[in-house]
Design a protein around this ligand. Structure first.
Ligand code: PEP
Ligand code: MN
Length: 370
């Protein structure tokens, strides 16, 4: 059960103390407080855990400071929708809105290789009005002898260049809690010129200790990729680990499933699950067409497979696109064969715009039949 308190209820107010006293008298019920400081107001939610099934909704609604009560099912307690459409399905980070109702593009390097390539990429993004990018510093690789990413050494120039080109959020994979500390330190060293969205990759979707660590910090939002070989429910529960520890600024990423049935693509594209994740949870949904498709193959109609699947995700309501680009894919240290080139950026942007407009028209049409 979730108690949504009146906006701006402070934990040192008399009303809040009375509420806590009443909750303290309930047998076998524990509570946990979650506060979110928005631009306009302070939002407080109180999660009741334990024997809540027999608590009468009306009595709980009448407790001091309580504005609304939501009964929750067992699944995805914090991030789930629970038949309640009034709780937020968006968050803001570093001036960028991430919501189930909008779309952000994170085009960039799968792995950082040189400062020159980072700069060329970011300049191109700025020229096209983009404020987000992807930049891999820590690369989990299948083969221990493959390039593992430049790690913390590249962070200062990546962050400085981001500041120079007006990039507000960089999606960056981390595989260990040490990486979060290194990112924080490099941001401080360079004067916090940009923001970072911590990416937890498909190989770590169920790394519960990492999820708990990342969930306990609330400075950085998180992009959690779906596990490539587990059920959707298991991956959504992994997202709930982050939220249950306190960080609910989570974007859920679809990136395809590992099975030979998907061939000739690298993974079996699962973007039909975009609306499903939006129905089950309040998370914005990201699609990764690059790691799903894994090639630059082109269909007879002239479109690259990567563009086809991007459009499929966007027309189904995706909220974020994470996509590999590279100024010189043949020189990329990781995943060059799937990267789009910079002269394809305006084409890709226009193609996305067409798909997004079509999605908005479909939504408008659906509203006439409700
Ligand atoms: C990536 O985005 O660079 C990546 C490795 O993705 P995934 O975890 O989905 O394989
Ligand atoms: Mn990659």
């Amino acid at each position: 059960m979730i108690l949504i308190l009146a906006p701006d209820t402070r934990t040192d107010s008399a009303e809040f103390r009375q509420l806590e006293e009443s909750l303290g008298r309930m047998p076998n019920v524990r509570h946990r407080i979650h506060q979110e400081t928005g631009e306009q107001q302070l939002l407080t939610e109180v999660y009741l855990i334990g024997d809540t099934a027999s608590l009468p909704m009306e009595d709980i609604s009448n407790l001091p400071a309580v504005e609304r009560v939501v009964r929750i099912s067992e699944e995805y307690r914090v991030l789930g929708r629970h038949k309640d459409n009034d709780r937020a399905t968006h968050f803001e980070y570093n001036g960028v809105r991430f919501g189930q109702d909008n779309l952000n593009l994170f085009a960039g390097l799968c792995a950082v290789n040189t400062p020159e390539h980072v700069e060329i990429m970011m300049r191109a993004l700025q020229e096209h009005g983009q404020v987000c990018t992807r930049m891999g510093a820590y690369k989990p690789r299948t083969n221990p002898y493959s390039f593992q990413g430049h790690g913390k050494d590249c962070l200062p120039y990546v962050f400085e260049l981001a500041g120079k080109y007006g990039i507000k959020v960089i999606a960056m994979e981390i595989t260990h809690e040490m990486h979060v500390r290194e990112i924080r330190e490099a941001l401080a060293l360079t004067g916090n010129p940009t923001g970072v969205m911590l990416q937890i990759g498909t190989r770590n979707t169920q790394n519960f200790e990492l999820l708990k660590y990342v969930g306990r910090q609330r400075e950085f939002p998180v992009l959690l990729k779906r596990g490539f070989g587990i059920t959707l429910e298991e991956s959504l529960n992994a997202a709930e680990y982050l939220a249950s520890e306190g960080n609910r600024n989570v974007v859920f990423g679809l990136r395809g499933m590992k099975t030979n049935m998907g061939e000739p693509h690298r993974n079996f594209v699962d973007f039909a699950h975009v609306p499903v994740v939006k129905r089950l949870t309040r998370m914005p949904v990201c699609i990764d067409p690059s790691h799903s498709v894994g090639t630059r193959d082109r269909a007879p109609d002239g479109l690259l497979d990567v563009m086809h699947v991007t459009a499929q995700g966007v027309i189904a309501g995706a909220n974020m696109i994470l996509v590999d680009f590279h100024p010189e894919p043949e020189k990329a240290l990781v995943d060059g064969p799937q990267a789009l080139t910079l002269d394809e950026l305006p084409w890709f942007l226009d193609d996305i715009r067409i798909a997004r407009e079509a999605y908005e028209k479909r939504q408008e049409l659906a509203s006439q039949f409700q």
